[in-house]
Design a protein around this ligand. Structure first.
Ligand code: ADP
Ligand code: MG
Length: 385
């Protein structure tokens, strides 16, 4: 593979001032909890998006994507909510959001190269934003990488880029993961307080692996469905007289369910409340080295997302069942659902069998071949060596 720096020289005529990168992420557990002020537990992936960057003296932004084979030029003055459209929004939006935050940002030439699968629920969008944000921090002397607080500020700018410029109404988990995850750890993210905690996640010592399956399925991620789930959660919280479903404790769940006005609100609430409890239980199990329990929690999480929250799909269910049939301690869909990826916790020796089983199950149904790969918890956004 040609290096991003060499590509940058070919495309823009001079070498970059440096190369920065940020990881994709996979959420271990805690799905559809972020917009309920809940808990999530992502790890950073070994797969990263790299940005080779040189600064300009003007307000032009030129961006080349190796994956798309496209170069696009925009003026920073024209960037704002909804503009530009398309993939450059994820790059221009970060510079716009940093400026909105009062920081001195100018134009750039940017070459993007990535091995994060795009649109697979593994957060290629946040990897792109955070790689560009890390470059801007260093090149404009913004000091947004030196501490967790500074990184959290950069994460908020990247969230604004995605929400306001790209127009994707996502929570903040992806950007926090890309900027705050440590190698060998999962990131416990409290979406109510913004607090984060590192949780040891090193499966190698236990002879286990985490297998990711990109199902390559995408059922028109139904922005409609996502919005509907959010609305149901808000409606349930309103009926219960609480600010968010985070306020409902596991112990108070049955009582809360009895007070809700419909089965829809009851099942959505049950997922959110039990899922937040499963994140806490997973953290305790990881700290105690009990991976059987982590597997059990993965299974319970998938069942809850499939049956109560109704955001799974056939491809996700089949990948989970095939991995479990081949020896996984547990498996679950990860990400928003309706397609995307699943994860499975497996003894190292069973990973090949599980991959074969998933592939065979997809082939038997005539579905597009899935991509399977094992991952370790990797490091955050920063300047490449
Ligand atoms: P995910 O974040 O799960 O991969 P999203 O739909 O949130 O899926 O983000 C994918 C979008 O991010 C792409 O459609 C594209 O606009 C942009 N993107 C991500 N990686 C790249 C890349 N390497 N080059 C150009 N655009 C990219
Ligand atoms: Mg994304």
């Amino acid at each position: 593979m040609t290096s991003p720096a060499a590509t940058h020289r070919d495309v823009f005529g001079s070498p970059p001032e440096g190369v920065w990168s940020a990881p994709g992420r996979v959420n271990l557990i805690g799905e559809h909890t972020d917009y309920n002020d809940g808990l999530a537990l992502p790890i950073a992936l070994p797969q990263r998006t790299h940005a080779a960057v040189s600064v300009r003296d003007d307000d032009r932004l030129r961006v080349h994507s190796v994956q798309l084979g496209q170069t696009v030029e925009v003026s920073l003055g024209s960037v704002g909510p909804g503009s530009p459209s398309g993939w450059t929004a994820y790059v221009a939006g970060v510079l716009w959001a940093l400026r909105e935050d009062g920081l001195p940002v100018r134009g750039m030439d940017v070459t993007v190269d990535s091995d994060v699968p795009v649109g697979a629920g593994l957060s290629s969008s946040a990897a792109l934003e955070c790689a560009v944000g890390a470059a801007a921090s260093d090149l404009f002397g913004l000091d947004l990488l030196g501490s967790d607080d500074a990184r959290a500020r950069l994460a908020r700018a990247c969230v604004r880029a995605e929400n306001e410029v790209a127009g994707a109404a996502t929570g903040g988990m992806d950007q926090s993961a890309a900027l705050l995850c440590h190698e060998g750890s999962a990131l416990l993210l409290d979406c109510r307080s913004g607090a984060t905690e590192q949780v040891p996640f090193d499966l190698t010592a236990a002879g286990m692996v985490l297998l990711v399956t990109d199902t390559r399925a995408s059922h028109a991620l139904n922005d409609g469905q996502y919005e509907e789930r959010r609305r149901a959660c808000e409606a349930a919280a309103a009926e219960l007289g609480v600010g968010s479903l985070r306020e409902v404790s596991s112990g108070g769940l049955e009582h809360a369910l009895a007070r809700l006005s419909s089965d829809e609100l009851r099942t959505r609430t049950r997922h959110v409340v039990t899922e937040i409890a499963r994140v806490e239980a997973t953290v305790a199990a990881l700290r105690g080295g009990d991976l059987d329990e982590v597997g059990r929690l993965f299974r319970a999480s998938h069942a809850s997302l499939r049956d109560d929250y109704e955001v799974s799909c056939e491809e996700l269910d089949v990948s989970v069942e095939a991995a479990e049939g081949a020896g996984a301690l547990g498996a679950r869909m990860t990400g928003g659902g309706f397609g995307g990826s699943s994860i499975a916790l497996l003894p190292e020796g069973s990973a090949g069998d599980a991959e074969d089983a998933v592939r065979a199950a997809f082939a038997a149904r005539g579905w597009t071949e899935p991509a399977c790969f094992t991952v370790t918890a990797s490091g955050p956004a920063g300047r490449d060596a």
